[in-house]
Write a protein that binds this ligand. Structure first.
Ligand SMILES: Nc1ncnc2c1ncn2[C@@H]1O[C@H](COP(=O)(O)OP(=O)(O)OP(=O)(O)O)[C@@H](O)[C@H]1O
Ligand SMILES: [Mg+2]
Length: 478
């Protein structure tokens, strides 16, 4: 098959942007979704696979791939993906909707109706009169207020196979809608969260904790001391590293540690603000943080903001980056009790302008936990659960290369197995070391893919030794 990027369905501005940043997963995802919406199902399939090669856990890409399969009649392949996605506690509403369609095709109308009802409940915009008609009597009897009342059920033209990502949009390269992010575009009214976790709940990560203490907590608590030594206050900390190693967790705990509010802003929110025409929103977000000080303002997955630069340049969106940077500068100069933290898996995509003094001038590598940290994370994660005597050090030894999130998954697996056992036996047994070791054997650690990519950047694009920590961690000498 020819390169899917050569498809005429790819808007030229996006194609150019991708040539400049071929590994930009959010951008690729956006292109894939655009192509899917325009009906290029085979091309979309190839593009979603590329996104997943860069970011295997990307839920929007998984769903997109499933949708592309579905549209091509590859129902089995679509089913495998979607079934996995709807397992958790809070499945994506769109995954439920696709599951409903697949179930209907597979001759399981009752399952289809159940999943459709869940999807509609979670997101009223997903209501689909045509599908409802097909599901008919299987649907639970309850009014669906979100359906347009004026729609006469028999004469309404059945919509074409509805696009799986909302309404069809024209391919307007200057107004790109980015995927995922069900958050409101206008965050100015968001109340900061008040986290209760503190550094005591975070296992290991001592160097990061120390840096956060020194660089942003102490200046907040003892500004005079810092002034006395003529030490400049301000600037944020950017954490980078493989997924699941505690970046977001630590940011939240920082707020708990100083009893501050916590405002977390995802990249999709920032981009939505841009798309939603108003840089105003971005400003009011910073204002929001200032009016609730002390407040931790946390930018998650900040890389995509820098990475979309070339794409944004074309669409006049450079403004948002500039404004973002000047808001950061504002925080730095007035030091109004706003602590700025950011996290990313892909620091190499970040615009270098972000790294100037007073912005994210401290860049910290957050590696997977070492043995001692793993033991303490396991202890923390098992707190309050019924456990027998457990040799945490032995367990930590057996989990080399596991991230915090991996350890959490191990415990989930062990707990599940124990519950099943308890139901069979009719009595609850405490979790023992044995159970956890069994679970360890069944879980594959998730960070190795990240290190493959990181290694290339550290070896071949390591400006001023920025990624020396990665090489040191991987025991590679330059
Ligand atoms: N050091 C730690 N101490 C305690 N729990 C941890 C630690 N690291 C990770 N965890 C657990 O793993 C989960 C995932 O971690 P977190 O979301 O902070 O990772 P992340 O580094 O932000 O990953 P990503 O790059 O994918 O966003 C946390 O919610 C927490 O339960
Ligand atoms: Mg995170």
């Amino acid at each position: 098959m020819p390169d899917p990027l050569d498809s005429p369905l790819v808007p030229p501005a996006l194609r150019d942007a991708l040539h400049l940043a071929p590994d930009n997963a959010p951008l690729l995802l956006h292109v894939a979704e655009t192509v899917l919406r325009s009906g290029g199902f085979a091309e979309a399939e190839a593009l979603f696979k590329r996104v997943l090669a860069l970011d295997a856990r990307n839920a929007a890409a998984k769903l997109g791939l499933a949708a592309a399969f579905f549209q091509q009649g590859k129902h089995g392949a679509a089913h495998v993906i979607v079934e996995d996605m709807v397992k958790g506690d809070e499945p994506l509403p769109r995954a439920l909707l696709l599951h409903a369609r697949l179930a209907l095709h597979a001759g399981e109308p009752r399952l289809a109706a159940r999943q459709y009802a869940r999807a509609r409940e979670a997101d009223a915009k997903l209501a689909d009169p045509a599908l409802e008609k097909e599901l008919g009597a299987h649907l639970p009897k309850r009014p669906a207020p979100q359906l347009p009342k004026s729609l006469p059920p028999t004469t309404a033209p059945a919509p074409e196979e509805p696009p799986l990502f909302g309404q069809t949009e024209s391919d307007d390269a200057t107004r790109q809608r980015l995927p995922a992010g069900d958050l409101p575009a206008d965050l100015s009214g968001a109340e900061p969260e008040r986290p209760t976790t503190t550094f005591a709940d975070v296992g290991g990560m001592e160097p990061v904790k120390e840096e956060v203490r020194m660089k942003i907590i102490l200046p907040l608590q003892q500004p005079d001391l810092f002034k006395a030594y003529g030490k400049k206050i301000g600037g944020g900390i950017l954490m980078y590293g493989p997924p699941g190693c505690g970046k977001t967790y630590l940011a939240r705990a920082t707020a708990g540690e100083v009893n501050a509010g916590f405002l977390s802003v995802g990249i999709s929110d920032v981009l939505d603000m841009w798309i939603g025409q108003s840089e105003k929103n971005l400003h009011s977000l910073f204002e929001q943080a200032r009016s609730h000080r002390p407040c931790v303002l946390f930018f998650d997955e900040v890389d995509a903001l820098g990475a979309n630069r070339s794409d944004m340049l074309k669409s006049g969106g450079r403004q948002i980056i500039n404004q973002f940077l000047s808001e950061l500068d504002g925080v730095a100069t007035s030091n109004e009790g706003v602590l700025v933290l950011a996290a990313t898996n892909a620091p190499w995509h970040l615009d270098p302008a972000f790294r100037r003094p007073g912005r994210f001038d401290r860049i910290l590598f957050v590696p997977p936990p070492d043995q001692a940290a793993r033991a303490s994370i396991l202890r923390l994660l098992l707190k309050g659960k019924p456990v027998a005597e457990i040799d945490f050090d032995a367990l930590a030894k057996k989990t080399e290369g596991f991230s915090g999130a991996d350890l959490k998954a191990v415990i989930d697996v062990a707990v599940e197995a124990k519950l099943r056992e308890a139901m069979r036996a009719g009595s609850l047994q405490p979790l023992a070391g044995r159970d956890l070791l069994d679970a360890v054997k069944r879980h594959k650690p998730t960070v190795s893919d990240w290190f493959q990519t990181a290694k290339n950047h550290a070896l071949y694009a390591n400006q001023s030794g920025l990624y020396d920590d990665i090489l040191a961690y991987m025991k590679i000498s330059k």
